[in-house]
Design a protein around this ligand. Structure first.
Ligand code: AMP
Length: 283
């Protein structure tokens, strides 16, 4: 595995592969790898000849007072992990390489970015879209892999690629969970032993939703179900609901009836310290 840090290095390598007729996959990440990241890398390796993983903690997608400074970072650790799953290039640019002096352009996917996490984190998805657009332009991958863990992000990236005629195939991969049901996340490193029960409130909410929809024969009033899940989470010690929503799985617009076309999406602040997100289908 090669470690590269500049736009010209990664571009040169990928162009050489393309000249040989090889296909190239990109897996964009912010590092501190876990099995969720590794599963994306493995899937990418099965679906393309070469795999580039980008590792960049993107400052412009963090808001004031968010966890940019405390975001876990360890290039050596990540590098060792990426090697084990056959990654060909780990691309880890500096902030100055990504955003040289004078940088001022942004990409916005307007409506899809407004609600859910975009409501709680204004400007977050503009930062995500801008860096992903730059990564696509720098790496020029044939395919790019994203996790369903960040369901809204995946929908926004798909929209951006269509709207801006980007020549890359976007593929979504299923959520990887701990045995406990907790969705894997780099931010789980901030959870303490005593946060265990609170951190499982998201998965319990999804399970509750699935049970209620199944018991009702496949569809149920969405507002009623959201109310039940919110109450369940709010009464769990250490939990504060950021949002619980049931939306159309493509447009991410709130639905009246939860059914097979809906997605339950939720964000919970645990112990006033760690913001967790999760989502799942209800059927
Ligand atoms: P991050 O480093 O958190 O920005 O994540 C990089 C990529 O890994 C994104 O496409 C995420 O959606 C994906 N990802 C993160 N956690 C998981 C998980 N538990 N299961 C599947 N994909 C994940």
């Amino acid at each position: 595995m090669k470690l590269v840090t500049t736009v010209s290095q990664v571009r040169q390598q990928v162009r050489a592969w393309h000249d040989e007729g090889l296909t190239v996959a990109l897996v964009p990440t912010m590092g501190w790898f876990h099995e969720g990241h590794l599963s994306l890398m493995r899937t990418a390796g099965h679906q393309a000849d070469r795999v580039v993983v980008s590792l960049f903690v993107n400052p412009i997608q963090f808001g004031e007072g968010e966890d940019l400074d405390s975001y876990p970072r360890d290039l050596e650790r990540d590098s060792e992990m990426a090697k084990t799953v056959g990654v060909d290039v780990l691309y880890s640019p500096t902030v100055d390489e990504m955003y040289p002096a004078g940088f001022q352009s942004m990409v916005r996917v307007r409506d899809l970015s407004m609600g859910l996490c975009g409501g709680s984190r204004p400007g977050h998805f503009d930062g995500v879209c801008t860096v992903v657009c730059k990564l696509f332009n720098q790496v020029e991958p044939d395919k790019a892999f994203f996790g369903e863990k960040d369901y809204q992000q995946l929908a926004i990236i798909r929209r951006m690629v269509i709207d801006l005629d980007m020549d890359v195939e976007v593929l979504g991969c299923p959520i990887v969970r701990e045995e406990s049901g907790l969705a894997m996340s780099s931010r789980n490193v901030h959870l303490r032993d005593e946060d265990q029960d609170a951190s499982l409130s998201l998965m319990r909410g999804i399970d509750h939703g699935r049970k209620r929809v199944a018991a009702a024969g496949g569809s149920i009033d969405a507002a009623e179900l959201v109310g039940e899940i919110e109450k369940q989470i709010e009464t769990t010690p250490g939990c504060r609901v950021d949002y619980v929503r049931i939306v159309d799985c493509d447009s991410l617009v709130d639905v009246k009836t939860a059914d097979k076309n809906s997605r339950l999406i939720l964000a919970v602040k645990v112990a006033d310290r760690v913001r967790l997100i999760d989502n799942g289908s209800l059927v």
